[in-house]
Design a protein around this ligand. Structure first.
Ligand code: GLC
Length: 561
């Protein structure tokens, strides 16, 4: 099917949007429901593009968590057909309309590709498990047993496990072989060493590019390749079965950069396309090493930091030294797998007003060097929601807890509250997952009316970033004095210096403004503890007082020539 690619209208940034822009993650089931079945859908996203676009939040691209047909055991990350849209979320036409409507507003579209595994309901796997002769026989990681146990039962080929808990090998009586799964048994691992698998994946990628998508998020990409001989991993001490192994052979293989390079080359055939790989369970150095121009890699140092000056300062330093000047980092505080940061950061210090922390964290996210990725609802300061266990919709958690080393991810995937009233403007039906208890007051309409809200702060910060090249691409310099409880850094390009101050202490902090490069003063641009920062320029030598969890962004004022 060859459809014309809808033109992109009014985009703020050109081919470097992946670097200068802000990317917003939509979890489709929870964003907005357009047909009243209680589940968010593509129509709902289209209806709310103005919340995201130039007249709203002002983001530059949306990343859609998986939209493909799926049995839903891993909520869409168990894909039954990578080339189609899940009818639960809409039709093929709805997807094309979404791309066209997003492009009409200058918003790029990034889709989530789950290429490490499929659902066991995928036709490739159904054919592969049926016997050793079919066209897909070697498309998955099949191996003979290593022997048989005292009871005669076949023994798995090696000691690899599943991160969700339990063994990584599943017996298939029809083939008399095991298949491997890093995730659930219903998510069998593809064998990327079979050339036909790579061909099929790249064909699928070209299909989405032809439909106008601008980029891809690659699920658990550093796991695609395993050691060809599948040796057992060495063991070590650890809290879960997964942590009790050194994952030498089931991820991060030396020929992976070449494989991902072939995928990237397909995107590089046209300007303006990008990808972001999800680093699965690895180090920041691995993430930086896999980063190339236009092809970003998530790493988790910010998402794992506590809300203390020492931790944030050290994470900024680690990021800067791992990525250096030549590689471009990402910045992430929340996603669909982790506790929302409005809950997590206050909990990490056992104190603080979550809304003040959300506003200050937004300053960090949108001013640190790297492409910011927002998770839907964080612009409202949404927090995790207590979900009774019988309502949990996270099978890996329900099945494998406590061996599953994550948590009940339903808590961070609850519906977006748009307005007061039943269904919170998310649905006219019964929401698939309960709304947060504060949806009546914490919603888009209420926060739009309040200039001090988390949403108003995000809008101001994103607008500032879009107008400030130093915040997009400038180098980052930590303040030489350290700063006590105040995290301080500058972002600089020739002719523009921006100073960022964040008081992460529990008391008011003072900050004496000094000159970095011959300024005559500093002009406040955004101040999170006040509705506006419409202050006069502040002279060098003046002392500022910052409230706890206050963020302040200032621009250097040059002396009159
Ligand atoms: C990624 C996804 C997560 C999913 C897993 C398996 O980590 O972010 O939600 O469960 O991959 O596909």
């Amino acid at each position: 099917m060859n459809r014309p690619i809808p033109p992109l209208v009014g985009a703020r940034f050109g081919d470097d949007w992946w670097q200068r822009g802000v990317i917003y993650q939509v979890y489709p089931r929870s964003f907005a429901d357009s047909d009243g079945d209680g589940v968010g859908d593509l129509g709902g996203i289209i209806d709310h593009l103005d919340h995201l676009g130039p007249d709203g939040l002002g983001i530059d691209a949306i990343w859609l968590s998986p939209i493909y047909p799926s049995p839903g055991l891993d909520l869409g990350y168990d894909v039954a057909d990578h080339e189609r849209v899940d009818p639960l979320l809409g039709s093929e036409e709805d997807f094309d309309r979404l791309v066209a409507e997003a492009h009409r507003r200058g918003i790029r579209v990034v889709v989530d590709l789950v290429m490490n595994h499929t659902s066991d309901a995928h036709r490739w796997f159904e054919s592969s498990r049926a016997g050793r002769d079919g066209p897909h026989a070697d498309w998955y990681l099949w191996r003979d047993p290593s022997g048989s146990g005292p009871d005669g039962r076949p023994l798995p080929p090696n000691n690899w496990g599943s991160i969700f808990g339990g063994p990584g090998w599943e017996w298939e009586p029809r083939r008399l072989q095991f298949y491997f799964h890093t995730f659930m048994a219903e998510q069998p691992e593809l064998d990327w060493r079979t050339p036909a698998v790579e061909d099929a994946q790249l064909r699928m990628v070209r299909g989405w590019l032809a439909r106008g998508v601008d980029g891809f998020r690659l699920d658990v990409f550093n796991v695609f390749l395993k050691h060809p001989d599948l040796p057992s991993n060495p063991t070590r001490a650890g809290a879960t079965a997964w942590d009790r192994q050194l994952h030498l052979y089931d991820r991060d293989q030396p020929d992976f950069p070449a494989l991902i390079g072939r995928f990237r080359a397909v995107l590089d055939e046209e300007p303006g396309r990008m990808s972001v790989g999800e680093l699965f369970d690895g180090t920041i150095e691995t993430a930086a090493g896999l980063t190339t121009d236009r092809h970003l890699v998530f790493e988790w140092s910010l998402i794992e930091a506590t809300w203390t000056a020492s931790d944030i300062r050290s994470v900024i330093g680690v990021r800067e030294s791992a990525f250096g000047a030549g590689r471009w980092p990402t910045a992430v505080l929340s996603n669909h797998d982790r506790p929302r940061h409005a809950s997590r950061l206050a909990a990490s210090i056992g104190a603080g007003d979550p809304d003040a922390i959300s506003r200050a964290a937004a300053v960090l996210l949108l001013t640190v060097r790297g492409t910011p990725f927002l998770y839907y609802g964080e612009e409202l300061g949404m927090s995790d929601v207590d979900i009774p266990s019988e309502e949990s919709v996270d099978p890996p958690f329900s099945r494998f807890s406590p061996e599953f080393h994550l948590w009940d991810r339903s808590r961070c995937r609850t519906p977006m509250p748009w307005s007061p009233g039943p269904g919170a403007g998310f649905t006219t039906g019964r929401p698939w997952l309960r709304l947060g208890p504060d949806a009546e007051t914490r919603n888009v309409d209420a926060q739009l009316a309040d200039p001090t809200s988390v949403l108003s702060t995000y809008r101001a910060l994103i607008a500032l970033r879009a107008a400030t090249p130093a915040l997009q691409v400038g180098s980052l310099h930590a303040h030489p004095d350290g700063g006590g409880e105040v995290v301080a850094y500058t972002r600089e390009i020739p002719g523009q210096v921006i100073l960022v101050l964040l008081n992460l202490g529990r008391r008011d902090a003072t900050w004496r403004l000094s000159a970095v490069a011959g300024e005559s003063g500093w002009r406040p641009l955004v101040r999170t503890a006040k509705a506006t920062a419409a202050d006069e320029a502040i002279a060098i030598g003046a002392t500022l007082i910052l409230a706890p969890d206050e963020g302040l962004i200032l621009e250097a004022v040059r002396p009159e020539a």
